[in-house]
Unconditional design. Structure first.
Lengths: 664, 258, 130
């Protein structure tokens, strides 16, 4: 018979406000096995934990029921307390009387009644609990970073500097990501390339970092500490280790009409290309969609001019298999398509551009060599209108825009406006805004400087329509302060397009079994306290794949993710979860149902000898569970027709006891 | 194939061309427009208020008639189409409204079962522009035509669900199928002024002129529309450019109209 | 008095199906409105004034007859507020009162011209009269 102690937490007024905690403690006193039932303001505090430890000693408790918040919050805390008091940690059960009770009930009486039932349920379970000891598994001391933008770069550098090996998988031919496309960065206006490219070089030269560029993650198996990953290295038709990056092929290739994605299609590149001068690795790539040789077998110019003999038209996709202890998602973001926002005439006029396109127009390595010229006619624009929140904060229909604030647009628009006025004082700049959001160090000061020192006109209101007329763009919008409808004749209109997670994130999340929100941003294990970890153990989050972020924030988060990875890789062994499946060989009928449903491949079958009647020996095929791989999901226990499979800590009889306690 | 057809008041008087050519072209394309017997005027505009019942009954009766025959309901006039489609959506989605309406059409009950097509949707989704192209005998090669959608054909987008509200292509695709070259311009989905022409000539003038001059500036030789009131406004209040119904253009290409 | 005004306000909200609280005050409706210059109160103000219960000025304003029901504000509003439906509900609150028809049948012959389609007249009557 267990000796159970029940501890009811007030959680300040969080629980005590709608649940009569004294009454709950009193009611649970008479439950079977309970020798002590009490309540306290903050059970999780040090004083609360000491109270539990002393009660264990005084009352010789063998099991604990804590009526408090969600087990996701403090189960670990109380298990530690139990261990410190000398009880097996798995003799602790949490009755969640906060999230599942006080927070959702308004009526004290109802809340109290439900809290008592939940407490009774946990007691019923503890009565059947048995001490469990977790197993251990080794840790592969290598991390995988998926995405080679500034987030992935920073995470990789920090992990590698701590002494661990890191691989970066980047789907584009070069690392660098969005930051490589930016001109200047707010609020200090340093040039993006000047601060990014040295980091790219650091990555390339780091002895513990490998870059798989032009590669994608093909499959992920295993679990924290022991992931098996297959990486597809796409054929770039250039031998990476031979190419010197001289660029001669990219000058001689006769296919000149390939839209240059690095400049967002505002100019053309060749079919063989190096995305930009500081690319890492600085290796050419053949674009198979446009290469005449690959398509028709006739050309071969690049191969002829290559002195290093690096071109290989027969190259095939290559698959690399590697083991990792931790995986970091750093898949980044993209601006949304402007297709559904043609009231701003994006499809009708070349002179309506997105902010990222504007970055390229301002950049010395961009399609206009840094001169601000209109895409339609190459004329310098004298009147520019910036439109904020295009597709952000858009709740009317999900297929059109995004409900969230994209966070970075207010600041980069202020930057664009300021840089324009600085470089071209003859150009008039107007910004239409709904709210100017500048929380960040030196951010509001930066925005005010754009207004006060650089004379950028900020108009509170939204643009309703942009109409190309002649060589002008008629911008019709609200000026809410003046209570007027404005019609501005602009030469260039710049749309601050909302940002969204990269499309590769969703299939990746499926492979990683990492959860996502409805917008396809990765969800964190806890929005405040575990912001860089996925709820899936061993998966970490870096940068805008978790939510819109600017560069300072991305770099901070990237470092935080690295710290978490280092914390994991520094361990020699991981303590597993003892709540794993277990098969009773005597009951197993060898049907393989469990093996088929197991998502982790933790179940295997083998022939075993059993003693039969009259001293005979029988050979039977039975299931066994690899406890290091089993994640305790319980699928097999449901699939098993003979009742042989059970989950330790969540045995069928324990669950039934809980149900009975609720129905009592 | 046979479909129910709601012509509407103006198509019987001032907009006979819209009606006549719609019927003739449909025949050539293998569709018979069967006029709803004893149809009543749709009212010209959809009243968005949820407690407006009587003003929507004519639409519901027409929709119900088509339902009885098991046919989709087709209209050509943008206004009729807008009223009927919005009414149909309200009958599907607003239970309280549908309950009240059904009291009037008892013993029948109607809950938005009829599929509502604009004639353009009939061409695109039922006949298909590719099939239509095959029937063209006099392609309008070299002609630069601007489509004018106005507001009623596309909006509200969620209900009309005919095309992208801001970047529609249905009429441009039609123009292309007929061999002409479509002209895209910003004002093609801006209001012509509508019935404000009665109240404020100036406003109607301002709105219509924006449309016609924008289309002309982009190189249009003619404008096509599906709405009699749009056509009136663009001709009466706009700058000088021919404005015809899309059915006239269609009839020309199919060799029905000289 | 205050109470009856609030009641009318609630009635207008109910009838239109519009929730003015969804408005984030960006002004896109007024930025896109083709009849803006003809209006004393603009679409975003309709939303704000109904939300705050200040509808008396709207009931007395010619603005309610200037909306073209083009639904541009409805489709372009980022929050799905649908201001045009609110304008319509306010107008109905006026024209449904006895003797408050904005357009009378007797006025029509004067407005006619040879080409004017019927559609214009029925639309106007539906909008302006009960």
């Amino acid at each position: 018979m267990q000796r159970i102690g029940v501890f009811v937490c007030w959680c300040g007024s969080n629980i005590a406000g709608t649940v009569d905690v004294a009454k709950v403690a009193e009611a649970l006193k008479s439950e079977p096995g309970v020798v002590l039932s009490t309540n306290y303001q903050y059970m999780c505090s040090q004083a609360g934990q000491e109270m539990i430890k002393e009660a264990v000693k005084e009352h010789k408790l063998t099991g604990l029921v804590i009526c408090s918040c969600s087990p996701r919050m403090h189960e670990a805390t109380f298990r530690k307390t139990a261990a410190a008091a000398g009880i097996n940690p798995y003799m602790v059960e949490i009755a969640n009387i906060r999230e599942q009770c006080s927070w959702i009930h308004k009526d004290m009486e109802e809340g109290t009644e439900k809290a008592i039932v939940l407490g009774r349920t946990a007691i019923a379970k503890v009565n059947l609990n048995a001490p469990l000891t977790p197993g251990e598994s080794p840790v592969t001391k290598r991390a995988l970073v998926i995405g080679g933008g500034i987030a992935g770069i920073q995470t990789a550098l920090d992990i590698a500097d701590a002494g661990f090996y890191v691989d970066i998988v980047e789907k584009k031919p070069t690392i660098g990501g969005k930051m490589a496309q930016l001109d200047k960065t707010f609020p200090t206006l340093d040039c993006a390339a000047c601060i990014l490219t040295p980091k790219m070089v650091d990555v390339a030269q780091h002895e513990r970092i490998r870059i798989f560029s032009y590669s994608e993650v093909e499959s992920v198996k295993g679990f924290v500490g022991n992931f098996d990953v297959t990486i597809r290295k796409k054929a770039r038709y250039v031998k990476e280790d031979v190419c010197t990056g001289c660029g001669l092929c990219t000058e001689k290739c006769p296919q000149k009409k390939v839209p240059n994605e690095f400049n967002l299609g505002m100019d053309n590149r060749r079919a063989i290309y190096i995305p930009f001068a500081q690319a890492v690795p600085k290796v050419a790539t053949i674009d198979a969609d446009y290469c005449t040789m690959l398509k028709t077998g006739k050309c071969g110019v690049c191969s002829k001019v290559c002195t290093a003999k690096a071109i290989d038209y027969t190259q095939k996709d290559e698959f690399i298999e590697e083991k990792y202890g931790a995986i970091v998602a750093a898949t980044g973001f993209n601006p949304i398509s402007m297709d559904k926002f043609d009231e701003f005439a994006y499809s009708q006029s070349k002179d309506v551009i997105t902010s990222l396109e504007f970055e390229r127009l301002m950049n010395a390595a961009g399609p206009t060599a840094g001169k601000l010229l209109r895409p339609s006619d190459g004329v310098h624009p004298h009147k520019i209108v910036f439109v904020q929140c295009v597709g952000s904060r858009c709740a009317s229909c999900a297929e059109k825009g995004k409900e969230y604030c994209s966070k970075i647009c207010c600041m980069y628009t202020a930057k664009h406006a300021m840089l324009t006025r600085d470089k071209y004082p003859d150009t008039d700049v107007t910004v239409f805004y709904i709210d100017v959001r500048t929380p960040g160090k030196q951010f509001d000061e930066f925005y005010r400087r754009a207004v006060e020192e650089y004379g950028v006109h900020y108009i509170k209101g939204m643009v309703g329509k942009v109409s190309p007329e002649g060589n002008k763009l008629i911008v019709q919008g609200s000026d809410l302060i003046a209570n007027k409808q404005l019609k501005i004749e602009a030469d260039l209109v710049v749309l601050a397009a909302a940002i969204e997670p990269d499309k590769s994130a969703r299939p990746l999340a499926t492979m990683l079994t990492a959860s996502m929100d409805t917008n396809d941003f990765f969800t964190e294990a806890h929005p405040k306290l575990r912001p860089v970890e996925s709820p899936t153990a061993g998966i970490f989050l870096s940068g805008a794949c978790q939510g819109p972020k600017d560069i300072p924030e991305t770099v901070s988060q990237a470092g935080a993710a690295a710290a978490k990875v280092i914390g994991l890789l520094a361990k020699d062994k991981l303590t597993g979860n003892p709540c794993v499946a277990h098969s009773d060989e005597m009951m197993c009928n060898g049907c393989s149902s469990c093996e088929k449903v197991c998502p982790y491949g933790a179940i295997t079958y083998s022939d075993k000898e059993f003693r039969g009647p009259n001293r005979t020996t029988l050979i039977r095929r039975v299931a066994s569970v690899n406890e290091a791989i089993c994640q305790g999901c319980g699928c097999c226990t449901v699939a098993c027709p003979s009742g042989a499979m059970d989950l330790k800590g969540f045995a069928s009889k324990q669950i039934m006891a809980e149900v009975d306690a609720i129905c009592k | 194939m046979k479909v129910s057809y709601f012509p509407g008041c103006t198509l019987k008087t001032k907009a006979k061309d819209l009606d006549n050519y719609a019927r003739k072209c449909a025949e050539v394309l293998g569709v018979t427009l069967e006029e709803i017997p004893a149809w009543q005027c749709c009212g010209g505009v959809f009243t968005t208020s949820r407690d407006e019942i009587a003003t929507k009954l004519s639409s519901v009766r027409a929709l119900n008639d088509a339902k009885q025959k098991g046919q989709p309901l087709v209209s050509v006039c943008s206004a009729c189409h807008n009223v009927i489609k919005q009414t149909n959506a309200a009958m599907q989605n607003d239970e309280e409204f549908a309950f009240k309406v059904n009291n009037y059409i008892s013993p029948d009950e109607y809950h938005g079962e009829t599929k509502v097509y604009h004639y353009l949707e009939l061409l695109r989704d039922v006949i298909g522009f590719d099939k239509l192209k095959e029937k063209v005998v006099k392609p309008l090669t070299g002609r630069k035509i601007a489509a004018y959608y106005g507001c009623l054909l596309l909006r509200p987008g969620k209900v009309m669900a005919m095309d992208d509200v801001e970047n529609p292509t249905i009429m441009e695709d039609l123009i292309r199928a007929l061999g002409a070259e479509p002209v895209v311009y910003a004002y093609r989905n801006e209001c012509c002024g509508g019935y404000i022409a009665l109240e404020s000539k100036e406003l109607a003038k301002e709105k219509s002129q924006k449309v016609t001059s924008n289309a002309q500036e982009k190189g249009a030789e003619a404008i096509v529309t599906a709405c009699p009131l749009c056509r009136y406004n663009l001709i009466k209040n706009g700058t000088e450019v021919p404005v015809v119904y899309f059915t006239e253009l269609l009839a020309e290409a199919l060799g029905i109209k000289e | 008095m205050e109470n009856s005004k609030q009641n009318l306000c609630n009635e207008i909200v109910r009838r239109s199906g519009v929730n003015p609280r969804k408005c984030m005050k960006c002004g896109k409706c007024s930025g896109t409105c083709p009849a803006y210059d003809e209006m004393e109160y603009h679409p975003h103000q309709f939303v704000y004034m109904v939300e705050t219960g200040d509808i008396e000025p709207l009931l007395n304003s010619k603005s309610i007859y200037r909306c073209l029901t083009c639904f541009a504000c409805v489709d372009r509003c980022p929050r799905g507020v649908e201001p045009a439906k609110l304008v319509e509900a306010v107008r109905l609150a006026v024209v449904r009162e006895q003797g408050k028809n904005h357009l009378k049948a007797d006025d029509i012959p004067e407005l006619l011209d040879e080409e004017l389609p019927q559609q214009a007249i029925v639309s106007a009557l539906r909008k302006y009269s009960k």
